[in-house]
Design a protein around this ligand. Structure first.
Ligand SMILES: *Cc1c(COP(=O)(O)O)cnc(C)c1O
Length: 403
């Protein structure tokens, strides 16, 4: 398994400063290969959900592996084109965007997933059957690690309900839309394969409504371990089940469909390490705090999703284990972890947060007028700076002075 060692992380932290996000290219490759191997018996296409990590060097690397790209904003589409992805290998899956953004995506020539009837109607009125579209459906399957990251439930804003199929059909028929794909994405961190299989059955039923259908997009939701001992979605077992299901569908209908996936976390979560420095050790009546030179302005997942990120003290790996509460330096409750067993932390030690690749840097901010950290990518054992840390002037960029 591709993994960076404490020594390498320390040397990068010394060279580039802390906090620093470090991405290990070979780990991304390892995850990508696991997917292509798992789905080798399906006609599968993998679109990297780049909202998880959009540094253009990461995009270029993922392109070099042979992946396609899933985008949720028009700017991500533009970044993808800039990175070198072909337009036919870019999928635009927006939600609640202005129709003008859909028009722009059409002009850029990328695949488009439409997720509400109003836009579907406007698209049909404007383009008729001259440009193919995919439709994002809500199969009403409850899934995912956390309500906030679950998208298939009845209260979700995503997708068009499968119960509105009559309305979809009316729009498609009247405007002569060419529907070539249907899509579902029920949430993140799904370990129960039945969620995908039940979703696929729903999609097969819906497929009968679209004679020109070529693809079924099953979105993402592949889980990777965050806590030691956590399970990972069994993609091999899923691949086997899916290839059987698609073969059966072909036998029954004579139609051969391609399957699309949009993994984000699965590809880039584990490649990432956030290395921070312990600024202060603070004993209170209740606990021992480690205050680090970072905060939820750099890694918001613990505060936002109660996400677990494994933490180690790479400066003192053989020290005595002690119990700590790890907090950031933001003036707000800013807790990375409660009651964590970590080898003894001294002021100045480097700590590492694992699984920091997906939704780490990408969700960072300048809250408290603090600076965003640098990003470094390690490939063939060599670290390269792929984004400079902010400097003070960046805080003032775009502010109108002297008003
Ligand atoms: C966020 C998102 C994904 C990626 O989800 P992960 O849990 O990171 O794999 C895929 N597809 C769509 C439409 C998304 O919004």
């Amino acid at each position: 398994m591709a993994q960076l060692q404490g020594k390498e992380l320390i040397s990068i932290a010394n060279e580039f400063g802390t906090p620093v996000y470090i991405y290990h290219a070979e780990k991304i490759q390892e995850q990508y290969k696991k997917l292509t191997h798992a789905f080798r018996d399906c006609d599968a296409k993998i679109f990297y959900a780049c909202k998880s990590l959009t540094n253009i060097n990461v995009l270029k690397y993922i392109l070099s592996l042979g992946a396609s790209l899933d985008c949720v904003s028009i700017n991500e589409v533009k970044l993808g084109l800039m990175a070198g992805f072909e337009k036919e290998n870019i999928l635009y899956t927006p939600n609640c965007v202005d129709f003008e953004e859909i028009v722009e995506a059409k002009e850029l020539g990328v695949n488009i997933n439409i997720d509400n009837i109003s836009i579907l109607e406007q698209f049909g009125n404007k383009y008729g059957n001259s440009y193919p579209v995919c439709i994002r459906l809500n199969p009403h399957i409850m899934a995912g690690g956390n309500f906030k990251i679950s998208t298939g439930h009845v209260d979700s804003k995503f997708g068009i309900s499968i119960h509105q199929m009559r309305h979809i059909e009316r729009v498609v028929k009247t405007t002569k839309l060419n529907v070539t794909g249907i899509h579902m994405h029920t949430g993140s961190e799904i370990k129960d394969l039945n969620v995908f299989l039940e979703g696929l059955e729903v999609m097969f039923t819906m497929a009968a409504h679209f004679p020109d259908l070529k693809t079924i997009d099953l979105g993402s939701g592949f889980k990777v371990p965050y806590q030691p001992g956590d399970p990972e979605t069994d993609v091999d077992a899923l691949g086997k089940k899916l290839s059987e299901a698609f073969a059966q569908y072909e036998k029954e209908t004579g139609k051969k469909l391609q399957v699309w996936f949009e993994p984000g976390k699965y590809l880039v979560s584990q490649c990432g390490y956030l290395v921070v420095k312990a600024n202060v050790i603070k004993q209170t009546p209740a606990t021992v705090f480690v205050g680090v030179n970072s905060g939820f302005n750099h890694l918001i997942r613990p505060m936002m999703y109660e996400a677990y990120h494994h933490i180690e003290n790479i400066s003192n790996p053989t020290g005595t284990s002690r119990i700590y509460t790890v907090v950031g330096n933001i003036c707000e409750t800013d807790t990375f972890a409660w009651d964590r067993t970590i080898t003894e932390v001294r002021e100045g030690d480097y700590l590492v947060f694992y699984n920091a690749g997906a939704y780490g840097f990408e969700m960072s901010s300048n809250f408290n007028s603090r600076l965003k950290p640098a990003e470094v990518m390690v490939k063939d054992g060599k670290p390269a700076l792929i984004r400079k840390a902010d400097v003070f002037e960046d805080l003032l960029r775009n502010q109108v002075l002297d008003q």
